[in-house]
Design a binder for this molecule. Structure first.
Ligand SMILES: Nc1ncnc2c1ncn2[C@@H]1O[C@H](COP(=O)(O)OP(=O)(O)O)[C@@H](O)[C@H]1O
Ligand SMILES: [Mg+2]
Length: 241
């Protein structure tokens, strides 16, 4: 579903990604771990071209990510992204936040988009909030709206960049539960998170990044019980104790 070949990414003369080669299969749930500044967000952002790349190529479901233009907009719509900050439109109701993409980008009729929005809001457990505005919802509820909004584009891949990091602790699980359901339903997911419980339970695969490189790529059990590199051991030591 995702193929990344020989990707390098520079910010001026600072190299943020170094020779990334990665294949992610359909339905795979990949958790990306690593210290702050290791390139996790940059990797996610290159996958839907929020960042350009300097070398290499990225394919989504067999199609090469174009540089720009209509084709890019179309392919980018195949990749849903959920950020730490929910970025909902404050002046739109919850339902209209979800219908905006389908009507504008996918050219869906308003009535079909409304129906889809209500199904998705039901799925993330907030259908009863559909007519409210974002500021009237808790952070956990807003992040579930952001997930519903991304799903409304019927993406082939969902990227999550620290989706629970801005939430009060009591709201983390309601968001992780939605993500766990999505994983079970077979969505291809790339998740940057510090939630080790989620990583252990939901991930099929762990990527550990350091200094812009993928330094470990293994299953969760192996990663957590038997990390291979000093960087990973050091990271786990800090995060688990
Ligand atoms: N827009 C940018 N301009 C300059 N440097 C950046 C930019 N975005 C990220 N970086 C740098 O690239 C490195 C990787 O950042 P990032 O991918 O955000 O790391 P992570 O998500 O793992 O914390 C960091 O050193 C960061 O300072
Ligand atoms: Mg980041």
């Amino acid at each position: 579903m995702i193929r990344i070949n020989g990707v390098n990414k520079f910010f001026d003369d600072f190299q943020a990604l170094t020779h990334i080669d990665l294949e992610i299969g359909r339905g795979d749930v990949v958790v990306v771990l690593g210290p702050s500044g290791s390139g996790k967000s940059t990797l996610c952002r290159t996958i839907n071209r929020l960042e350009t790349i300097d070398d290499g190529s990225i394919y989504i479901d067999g199609e090469k990510l174009p540089e720009e233009g209509k084709e890019l907009a179309r392919l980018r719509a195949d990749v849903g992204m959920v950020f730490q900050s929910f970025n909902l439109f404050p002046h739109l109701t919850i339902k209209d936040n979800v219908t905006l993409g389908p009507t504008k980008v996918r050219k869906m009729s308003k009535s079909d988009a409304d129906k889809l929005a209500m199904e998705l809001l039901e799925r993330v457990g907030i259908a009863n909030q559909a007519d409210k505005y974002p500021a009237q919802l808790s952070g956990g509820q807003q992040q579930r709206v952001a997930i519903a909004r991304a799903l409304a584009m019927k993406p082939k891949v969902m990227l999550f960049d620290e989706p629970t990091s801005a939430l009060d602790p009591e709201m983390v699980n309601e968001v992780l539960d939605v993500m766990t359901d999505l994983a079970r339903e077979g969505m291809t997911m790339v998740v940057v998170t510090h939630e080790m419980g989620f990583a252990r339970k939901a991930a099929h695969r762990i990527l550990f990044m350091a200094d812009g490189q993928i330094v470990e790529d293994t299953d969760p059990e192996s990663f957590f019980t038997n990390p291979q590199t000093d960087r990973a051991k050091d990271f786990l030591g800090k995060i688990l104790h």
